[in-house]
Design a protein around this ligand. Structure first.
Ligand SMILES: *[C@@H]1O[C@H](CO)[C@@H](O)[C@H](O)[C@H]1NC(C)=O
Ligand SMILES: *[C@@H]1O[C@H](CO)[C@@H](O)[C@H](O)[C@H]1NC(C)=O
Length: 346
């Protein structure tokens, strides 16, 4: 499934350059109402599904909060970063909610973005840098309930069921697996590891630049002058098993979003050896890049492994024990109602 999705992504891309890519595969780490970027130290507004380093917790205030983890659920063993997205629930006919099984995350790491340059066009080798240590960023917006096609922050959020192809908002064709796709910003201001809105220190490539080499979009191209530093591009896909249900309209994301436009993802940089990460993209052979410096032996990929975080999240009945009466955090379910052609919230 993952591979096909990537091909679909490539087909959509306007980028003509050959890119090098490898896939990061991560097993689930925890599902809890925590978000150390948006809600440090306290319960977050909704439940998140998390993968990556075992240092994940509500309080991650240090530059090395993620990289200091002793282990990771990911197959590239030096990636102790954390990645998280809203958890998926099923709305039952009795009004209760079932938690859907989270199956983990795959992410494409690609060299598609280049530094800002006054020439306005990327060189043949785009040469993005590894993420600065301790960088944190979010893509998407939990509160969106409509789609704005000219906003790159929304173009970066897609969904897919099975291999039916990516689309904006909740998929319409049933398959027993659903994934939420998050393309993270790949341009950085060079100064801030975070910002008040957790977004303005990073940016997507500038669609008005790199026009001679296929343009720029959320997946790659040239960084804007305001955020001139190109980073490796991450396309993350979070997955859930929905084989127990048959009606996609009965799905809701943990923040109460039934539209899918409010899907989002968070990244907390925790690569133990950022220079090895960057070196990997400097030593690619065609489309594949070596990952033997990522803590695996003989250039073989490691194995993703489910683990528990070092610090157990505070206990909350988020649905582990069976159906629950409300979405944790008491988030109301968004019900669009058509009134004279307009959509309003119930
Ligand atoms: C990606 O990296 C490889 C290896 O360094 C290079 O051959 C290729 O041109 C790069 N692609 C882009 C778009 O920069
Ligand atoms: C859609 O996004 C664009 C680009 O961010 C913005 O300029 C515009 O105001 C947005 N439209 C609406 C209706 O929010």
């Amino acid at each position: 499934m993952a591979r096909l999705t990537f091909l679909a992504l490539l087909a959509n891309a306007v980028l003509s350059q050959a890119t090098s890519v490898w896939t990061l595969n991560c097993a689930p780490l925890t599902i809890q109402r925590s978000d150390p970027i948006i809600s440090p130290g306290v319960a977050s507004g909704h439940v998140h599904a998390v993968v990556g380093g075992t240092a994940f917790g509500r309080t991650m205030n240090d530059v090395d909060s993620a990289s200091s983890a002793p282990a990771t659920t990911c197959d590239k063993f030096t990636d102790h970063s954390n990645y998280w997205a809203p958890q998926l629930y099923h709305m039952r006919s009795d009004g209760k909610f079932d938690m859907m099984p989270f199956t983990g995350m795959n992410a494409y790491y690609e060299n598609q973005t280049c530094n800002y340059d006054p020439s306005g066009n990327c060189p043949p080798n785009r040469n993005p840098s590894a993420f600065p240590e301790g960088l944190r960023m979010i893509a998407g917006n939990p509160f969106r309930r409509t789609y704005n096609s000219s906003d790159p922050w929304q173009q970066a959020i897609l969904m897919e069921t099975g291999n039916f192809g990516e689309q904006y908002g909740m998929p319409t064709r049933y398959a027993p697996a659903i994934s939420g796709h998050v393309r993270f910003p790949s341009c950085w201001d060079g100064v801030n590891l975070d910002s008040e809105d957790h977004q303005s220190h990073v940016s997507y490539p500038d669609p008005t630049l790199n026009l001679k080499n296929g343009g720029s979009n959320t997946q790659g191209g040239m960084c804007p002058q305001s955020h001139p530093h190109a980073m490796i591009n991450i396309g993350a896909e979070f997955g859930w098993d929905i084989s127990s249900i048959s009606d996609l309209k009965s799905l809701v994301w943990a923040q109460g979003d039934t539209t899918g436009y409010g899907f989002h993802g968070d990244f907390f940089m925790g690569w133990k050896d950022p220079s090895a990460l960057q070196q990997s993209f400097a030593n690619c052979n065609g489309g594949s890049c070596p990952w033997n410096s990522f803590g695996t032996s003989n250039g073989q990929p490691g194995t993703k492994t489910s683990m528990l975080p070092q610090i157990q999240g505070p206990f909350e009945n988020i649905g582990w024990l069976g159906p629950i009466d409300a979405l944790p955090g008491n988030n109301p379910v968004y019900k669009p109602m058509a009134i004279k052609g307009r959509q309003v919230t119930a």
